[in-house]
Design a protein around this ligand. Structure first.
Ligand SMILES: [Cu+2]
Length: 99
């Protein structure tokens, strides 16, 4: 019985470690800017798979966490970016143009 408990505990610890590792990675995804909407602080990106959001590649509109991000890019730019779920909305929290 002790063996089973220990095995169970080891499993729980392993899972917790995995969740922690995922939350601390700051992996960037590839995207291409389709449209910049400064008035509404939104950007349309054609993006590759977003592993942290379990989302396949597609073209969609994102809110940006900081309006200043939109000054650094324009339609046609290739970008590396990070999108995260914030208060139930998907928000671009980090973005850099790839030159
Ligand atoms: Cu998407």
């Amino acid at each position: 019985m002790l063996g089973f408990r220990n095995a169970l505990l080891a499993g729980v610890v392993a899972l917790a470690g995995l969740a922690h590792a995922q939350s601390v990675t700051d992996e960037l995804s590839n995207g291409e800017v389709r449209k910049v909407d400064k008035e509404n602080a939104r950007i349309t990106l054609k993006h590759g798979p977003l592993n942290n959001l379990d989302m396949p590649g597609m073209t969609m509109v994102f809110k940006v966490g900081d309006d200043a991000m939109l000054d650094a890019v324009q339609a046609g730019d290739k970008v590396r970016f990070r999108a995260e779920m914030v208060d139930g909305k998907i928000v671009v929290t980090k973005m850099e143009a790839v030159r």
